[in-house]
Design a protein around this ligand. Sequence first.
Ligand code: RBF
Ligand code: MG
Length: 387
Amino acid sequence: MSLAKPLKKLASCVILDLDGTLLNTDGLVTEVLRGFLGKYGKQWDGREVHKIVGKTPFEAAAAIVEDYELPCTTSEFMSEINPIFSEKWGNIKALPGANRLIKHFSSHGVPMALASNSPRVNIESKISSHQGWKQSFSVIIGGDEVTSGKPSPEIFVEAAKRLNVEPSACLVIEDSIPGVTAGKASEMEVVAVPSIPKQSHLYTSADELINSLLDLRPEKWGLPPFQDWIEGTLPIEAWYIGGPVIKGYGRGSKVLGIPTANLSTEGYSTVLSEQPSGVYFGWARVSTIGVFKMVMSIGWNPYFNNPEKTIEPWLLHDFAGDFYGEDLRLVVVGYIRPEANFPSLESLVAKIHEDGRIAERALDLPLYSTYRDDPYLKCSVKDGSHS
Ligand code: RBF
Ligand code: MG
């Protein structure tokens, strides 16, 4: 899609959405709704997530009341659920790459606005727990400060006005379809970073579709580039995951000649849901056998379109045999690229080999090599749960 539109306008300001773009609000919403609907004898199945992402609180509530046939009005539902949410607004985690992005634009003097359908007071509580966020925004506008929320362009047009720039000088970053629609209706450039997986076909009006904030390339929009990429890799805050090696879809060795030691994700659903899909690398310990360099994919493998989000680490070492059931521990230290689809199996395999070479080389950089000695890779198999 981005290839088809070579002439992009240059942006001087960035307008950011909050929920689902900078904050992992979905995780919280799911948790609260699951508990709350249980009281009505209903089960949250997550299907409504499409109907609430990017909506105003009232629209979202109305969709839930209707879909679950709740015996109350939308207003009653809202007055019951709002206190539960209010307590939690201060505890929403930043999405991967959000802090990095805010620091980057702020240190380069790129003016930023925050424009959210959420009411102003909620925005304030949500960002209050994130250091440096509030000061970084020249403008903050809530859904209650305009006549109509997204998908109406009003909120973005108002943000541009308050930033003192033309709409065409603004780059909007949005996770939702109403948000993308609002951005385009405001005649702004829009980068979509969908918060719901496998929905990319719905984002055709966006100027670019990226998988996570880690994939944003500001220079495409005339903004200062990130400077933290090193030899084709992006250092990330290390994260840890471990468990027994399980049988995957059985294509790794047989079809591709790339034997992945698939990891059971049981007990790691939170960690897994928080990590954007993509190709990462780090260090792997296989029970008593040793510590090895590792490159892995997380996600749905677009080429195979898996139904589940999986973790498929490829240990960069020739092993004598299989090690199903062995304890595998990973320290994930860097990011390489988003998962992609490929025109042929050969091109997928070639890309995975290139990922392997990138990881192999990068892991010798001091920045990454120190993690080889991480205590998590040293503890005995039984103790030291670290997640
Ligand atoms: N699958 C995809 O569909 N797209 C990818 O971009 C992709 N990248 C991968 C990168 C690495 C380093 C590894 C180990 C796997 C990757 N895979 C990708 C998954 C691959 O298709 C999968 O491991 C095989 O299906 C084996 O189960
Ligand atoms: Mg959003």
